[in-house]
Design a protein around this ligand. Structure first.
Ligand code: ADP
Ligand code: MG
Length: 292
């Protein structure tokens, strides 16, 4: 039978926007030694915005935005939403594409007016053997500011860069500090590049970062830490995070998490506040103390 103190704590948590979906999560949360935070939507606000557009060669900024938006119309990624919003703001209509393909953790590609168009991160463009040597310093500068630059290539030539910013949540740094005070090792995991990841982590006071982790590999990071003897909590918001949430000792879905992420979570935080994460741990520690 569920001890009364757990039921009381579950009720108390619900009043503050913390849904404990599995009763034993409340007992496990207090034993966590390590907390993995997803970057986008967990540490950051998760509402990326386009902050700069550059066109190269014959490509104007408008063309760069139109081509990118045309590709992103087929994607459900938060970065796609940012590009589409920027296009709409300038009344740019996305065009029809064929042979659309989303490449997880990298970007999108399609054919448009008989041209091969690729849009995504540096790794994706370099895989296409497109020379970006002239732009690496610029790209690294954008990343060091915590932005995520996306590159557009048309017929094997670099056509432009669209850079997106997704600032950290107002309470991310406080939440990380609180977790530390509770004796918890904090890591950030992301599919984004290492320079951007490092810049965002630094703003939030996180010292351990795993970057360029493909969506399907996030669960492997959880496993790796468990193999090191850690009891691992994972906080994420995206559909990509579901396997990692399921693998974690305690999976916490945050914010407007997709149905899938919520399904695989032990705990759901409704209002997106990262400060609720240390609150779950403290509540658990108090509850376990009461049971004993
Ligand atoms: P996250 O961990 O932030 O959810 P993902 O693993 O989904 O990141 O993607 C990793 C990186 O791949 C992104 O930072 C971006 O550079 C690139 N990328 C992924 N999807 C897209 C897309 N639809 N359009 C442009 N770039 C993308
Ligand atoms: Mg994500």
């Amino acid at each position: 039978a569920t001890p009364i103190s757990v039921m009381v704590a579950v009720g108390k948590a619900a009043q503050t926007g913390i849904l404990i979906r599995k009763g034993d999560a409340l007992q496990s949360a207090g034993k966590l030694s390590c907390m993995i935070l997803d970057k986008t939507g967990t540490v950051t606000q998760g509402k990326p915005k386009v902050v700069s557009i550059e066109g190269f060669g014959n490509f104007s900024e408008t063309e760069v935005l139109q081509l990118s938006a045309s590709l992103e119309a087929g994607s459900e990624h938060p970065l796609a939403a940012a590009v589409l919003a920027a296009a709409e703001e300038k009344s740019i209509q996305p065009q029809k594409t064929t042979q659309f393909k989303a490449i997880a953790g990298h970007g999108v590609e399609a054919t448009l007016d008989g041209r091969r168009v690729v849009f995504g991160n540096r790794a994706l463009i370099e895989q296409e053997r497109i020379d970006i040597a002239h732009h690496t310093r610029r790209l690294e500068k954008l990343c060091a500011e915590g932005q995520t630059p996306m590159l557009l290539a048309v017929d094997q030539k670099l056509a432009g860069i669209i850079s997106v910013a997704d600032p950290i949540k107002a309470d991310s740094a406080a939440a990380v500090q609180r977790l530390r005070e509770l004796g918890i090792r904090v890591l950030m995991v992301t599919g984004d590049n290492p320079i951007t990841a490092q810049a965002i982590a630094q703003q939030a006071g996180i010292t351990e970062v795993r970057a360029q982790v493909l969506p399907q590999d996030k669960a492997a990071v959880v496993k790796e830490l468990q193999a090191q003897g850690e009891t691992v909590g994972m906080v994420g918001d995206g559909i990509n995070d579901a396997p990692a949430l399921a693998q974690a000792d305690v999976g916490i879905a945050i914010g407007t998490g997709t149905d899938v992420a919520i399904e695989s979570a032990d705990v759901v935080i409704l209002q997106g506040s990262l400060l609720k994460v240390p609150e779950v741990i403290r509540l658990s520690q108090l509850t376990v103390k009461n049971i004993k």
